[in-house]
Design a binder for this molecule. Structure first.
Ligand SMILES: NC(=O)c1ccc[n+]([C@@H]2O[C@H](COP(=O)([O-])OP(=O)(O)OC[C@H]3O[C@@H](n4cnc5c(N)ncnc54)[C@H](O)[C@@H]3O)[C@@H](O)[C@H]2O)c1
Length: 384
């Protein structure tokens, strides 16, 4: 049945490729793609063997063959693209963040509620690592107990050098925050999804490490600027943070602390959490995604390997290979897309979803606003 659904992709970069690859693995047809310019769409269509290259996004939205749109463009086009797709009756799977401001995301939330037969979802995919789903199943089964505190990190080094550049560096493209919005929201979404808790108060401290960066003269996609020479750049002022730290209060009274960075040498893409509860403590690192560590006060700790035979009922279906066969990042996309398309396939529009909703993505934008305010004013900010 999933093969009857036809998908178009907006965006031809890192995520455009990743979404297309995951859809192909699921045998869901990708019928068209649009890029920043018609030539980029044509290049991507030829490279990825996609039948149609649209000249612009309006052409994509007008294509009656398309049932669902995956939005994988830079952040500044998400609002317009998601709105147009929903208004055209197409299902929308949007990359995070869904918009550049809370005002915009509120409009998308209202539209998503209005168009009840349009399925919407947001690719907060980190929650769908198999062992993160196992952590969630353990919380739900009461194996962690009351959550006391949550700590963790999201650390990367791909913007370590002053010559490292991406559109995310510019607030007009990515929004007022970079690190906290780009990867910090993944972490906040992850720990809230696992524990079922909400963040109600934040205290933020942000830092721009490279106040100036060297911008390449041409367009560069994510992770693709490593081969440039000095004469290929010009200097720009940076207005988004390279590092940020948060103190958090959760709605059960639990406390939290996290920091995120894109200039932490040696950490390519490491998301970690430590969830300390009254019965056990769960720890995980995306650099070793196939392991969940379970700590105890009164007996030896456990290190659990990803193995469907050992996982709880709630997480077993999120892994595809027998134990010991490494799985990770690509499977997070498969899990998000599988739940999204099953919902469309079964016309199950009212089920409580496991994938992130527009409402949850709207909450992440509210958190970002609170982080900006807290950092600016040097005080705690509550979420209303
Ligand atoms: N969920 C995840 O794990 C994850 C990981 C990386 C990025 N992202 C999100 O995905 C989005 C894209 O990030 P990326 O790393 O793939 O960036 P990228 O720069 O690699 O790719 C973006 C692509 O969009 C194209 N583009 C730019 N403006 C466009 C427009 N108006 N219409 C159509 N195409 C346009 C660019 O030419 C480029 O090919 C961002 O919103 C980012 O936050 C999510």
């Amino acid at each position: 049945m999933l093969k009857d659904i036809k998908v178009a992709i907006a965006g031809t970069g890192f995520m455009g490729n990743s979404h297309t690859g995951a859809l192909r693995r699921m045998e869901i047809p990708v019928v068209g793609i649009v890029g920043s310019r018609p030539e980029k769409a044509q290049e991507a269509a030829a490279r990825l063997n996609i039948p149609k290259a649209y000249a612009n996004y309006d052409e994509l939205v007008a294509d009656d063959e398309v049932d669902a749109v995956h939005i994988t463009t830079p952040n500044d086009s998400h609002f317009e693209y998601a709105k147009k797709a929903m208004e055209a009756g197409k299902h929308v799977l949007c990359e995070k963040p869904i918009a550049m401001s809370v005002e915009e995301s509120q409009i998308l939330v209202d539209l998503a509620h209005k168009h009840k037969r349009v399925v919407t979802g947001v690719n907060y995919n980190v929650r769908f690592y198999p062992m993160c789903q196992e952590a969630r199943a353990r919380v739900q089964a009461g194996l962690v107990g009351d959550v006391f505190h949550i700590s963790g990190t999201y650390l990367q080094d791909w913007l370590f050098h002053k010559t490292d550049y991406n559109w995310r560096v510019l607030s007009e493209k990515s929004g007022p925050l970079r690190v906290m919005s780009d990867i910090g929201t993944h972490w906040m979404d992850l720990v809230c999804h696992i524990t079922g808790l909400k963040i109600v108060k934040v205290f933020a401290d942000l830092k721009i490490v490279h106040e100036h960066r060297m911008r390449p003269k041409g367009e560069v996609e994510t992770y693709s600027n490593m081969m440039l020479k000095p004469e290929d750049y010009y200097e720009i002022e940076v207005d988004t943070e390279d590092y940020g730290a948060l103190l958090l209060h959760f709605d059960n009274g639990a406390r939290g602390v996290m920091h995120a960075s894109q200039v932490c040498g040696g950490k390519r893409n490491s998301s970690t959490f430590e969830i300390a509860g009254s019965k056990s403590t769960l720890t995980w690192d995306s650099h070793e995604p196939g392991y969940l560590n379970i700590g105890y006060r009164d007996k030896p700790n456990e290190r659990m390997i990803c193995d469907p035979a050992l996982m709880l009922e709630g997480s077993r279906g999120m892994t595809y290979l027998p134990g010991g066969h490494a799985e990770g990042y690509p499977e997070t996309f498969i899990n998000v897309f599988r739940l999204f398309y099953e919902r469309i396939d079964n016309e199950a529009f009212d089920l409580p979803p496991d994938i992130a909703t527009f409402d949850e993505a709207h909450y992440e934008l509210k958190l970002c606003d609170a982080i900006v305010e807290s950092n600016r004013e040097g005080r705690w900010v509550s979420l209303t």
